[in-house]
Design a protein around this ligand. Structure first.
Ligand code: BG6
Length: 510
């Protein structure tokens, strides 16, 4: 990197307190021509370099079938960085980064290509001083995971030499159900030791998600009421306004529940509901998350306790958009869920009887992810009924994105001569309270991989527990009917509203 970390003008003040800088290392990306790589991984590497958090000789190796040379690959990275990086483009940073960029052409069963990859890594060790430390990022469809890790083993690429490391980074979806996840875990663990396997759930890389821990455990205010005595229910929403874009091949047959409830939403639930961990080290965190996921209980009747939907033609942002079945590459009889909602309970002393409603969907009203902890009504009201007509339930809303922050909603007297109480909110917004900017999730997670810090990566037990929760739901859906239709641009199927109405509740309209 040009200039030292200390002299870097883009250094975050927060990093000064805790300069976590990666040591000599490199990253190999399989599936480097894909969307994730272009939009997230390449820009994240650049942003880390730009912030002075990568070592001077950091190396980036792309592996794909495309007939590219090193220069073509570098050009791709350059374009991706220009289009998607978070921090400004600086020529001197780019010139330094490009020294360690290589491309290896081949497909996953091509032994010569893996030998070439090995030679490339050895060459980078000599020229760039990467010290034999490489992370292999599998940004490829899960059906290729076994092949790639076996090839890494066969060609000695997973071997850790004395004093150096080799790590596997695995993108979701990690399996299709419990059985396939277990098979994958076995394959990966035959090649890499458990502490060198990093499963990505990029929601854990988001500042607002990590802040759940700070909110709950750095304060005295919330934890005493964070239980069944005060909480009425919890709503976890991850709504997207986008459709499936060009991802038909990935999405069809997977659907909303497997795509995001199994991972992102259950991780949000785990962080919201778990007990305080003994520390924020990986083992302690994983133990608490696993424990609470193990206590999650599905409703007895999956017909009324879950909802799946599929978007039909509608309007979004003033434009007409097609329905899911009309999207390019989608089977016109597909039963894939683009919306999923499920009511869960947690069978433990803290949460007994408190429903956790999870919902997600594509082509909904707007993009928003939030966790709303909704409190019980006051046990007694000294006000007459008309005074509190407009009073809702108190709620604490963790705004994961966009408009990151936390809102506390409570009742307040309306100014005037009579006693009337109405809902007001108190807001914390990242943009107003902090001058530090939030790194992208992938920036944080890639740095953690290079540092060997696995706190923000779900463990195998969490992944398997999550499939145990979801499998009965997807099995039930496969046997019963088809998804309810909802018009694009709305908040999902009527059945989802009915599910809450039966409990005397309603979804928030964020
Ligand atoms: C991914 C899902 O994990 O998360 C996508 O596969 C989804 O379907 C994406 O669009 C949303 O991520 P974010 O960070 O934009 O909320």
């Amino acid at each position: 990197m040009s200039g030292t970390y200390e002299a870097n003008p883009l250094r975050d003040p927060a990093d000064r307190r805790l300069p976590r800088i990666a040591g000599p290392s490199g990253l190999v990306i399989f599936g480097v021509t894909g969307d994730l790589s272009r939009k997230k991984l390449m820009p994240a590497v650049y942003d880390l370099a730009n912030r002075g958090l990568l070592p001077p000789g950091f190396s980036l190796v792309g592996f794909a079938r495309r007939e590219w040379h090193d220069e073509d690959f570098a050009q791709e990275v350059h374009d991706a960085v220009k289009a998607h990086a978070r921090t400004p483009f600086r020529e001197e940073v780019w010139q330094q980064l490009i020294q360690g960029m290589r491309f290896v052409q081949g497909d996953f069963d091509d032994d010569d290509a893996f030998e070439q990859l090995k030679a490339t890594i050895e060459d980078l060790d000599k020229k760039q001083g990467t010290g034999g430390n490489f992370a292999f990022y599998l940004s490829v469809p899960p059906k290729f995971f076994p092949k790639v890790v076996q090839q890494l083993k066969k060609h000695g690429l997973a071997d850790q030499k004395e004093g150096s490391w080799r790590r596997a980074v695995i993108e979701k979806p990690f399996g299709h159900d419990l059985v396939s996840a277990k098979e994958l875990n076995q394959v990966v663990h035959e090649v890499f030791p458990a502490n060198e396997v990093f499963r990505i759930d990029h929601y854990l890389g988001k500042e607002t998600v990590q802040n759940i821990l700070a909110l709950r455990f750095a304060n005295t205010l919330f934890e005493p009421i964070w239980n069944r005595s005060y909480v009425d229910h919890v709503q976890i929403t991850m709504a997207e306004d986008i459709g499936i874009g060009g991802r038909a091949g990935y999405y069809d047959g997977i659907g909303a529940a497997r795509d995001v409830i199994q991972n992102h939403l259950l991780q949000l639930l785990a962080l919201t509901a778990m007990e305080e961990p003994a520390s924020f080290e990986a083992d302690a965190l994983a133990a608490e998350k696993t424990k609470v996921l193990g206590a999650v209980k599905l409703p007895k009747d999956l017909g009324t306790g879950t909802v799946r939907g599929q978007y039909a033609e509608g309007w979004q942002g003033g434009e007409k958009v097609v329905g899911y079945l009309q999207e390019d590459g989608i089977d016109s009889k597909s039963k894939t869920d683009t919306y999923a909602a499920v009511k869960l309970e947690i069978d433990n002393r803290r949460w007994a009887g408190v429903p956790f409603y999870l919902r997600t969907g594509k082509r909904l009203g707007r993009r928003v992810t939030e966790i709303a902890v909704v409190f019980q009504r006051a046990p007694h009201s000294p006000f007459d009924h008309t005074a509190t007509e407009e009073l809702g339930q108190n709620a604490l809303v963790i705004r994961v994105q966009p408009d990151e922050g936390v809102t506390l909603r409570f009742g307040s007297k309306v100014p005037g001569t009579s006693m009337e109480v109405r809902d007001v909110s108190m807001d914390f917004a990242y943009g107003e309270s902090f001058t530090e900017s939030s790194p992208e999730a992938y920036e944080r997670l890639l740095l953690d991989v290079l540092l060997g810090d696995s706190n923000l990566f779900p463990r195998v037990e969490e992944v398997e527990r999550s499939w145990m929760i979801l499998d009965p739901v997807t099995e039930y859906w496969a046997k019963h009917g088809k998804p309810a239709q909802y018009q694009a641009g709305t908040w999902g199927p009527d059945e989802a509203d009915e599910m809450l109405a039966r409990d005397g509740r309603s979804w928030r309209r964020p």
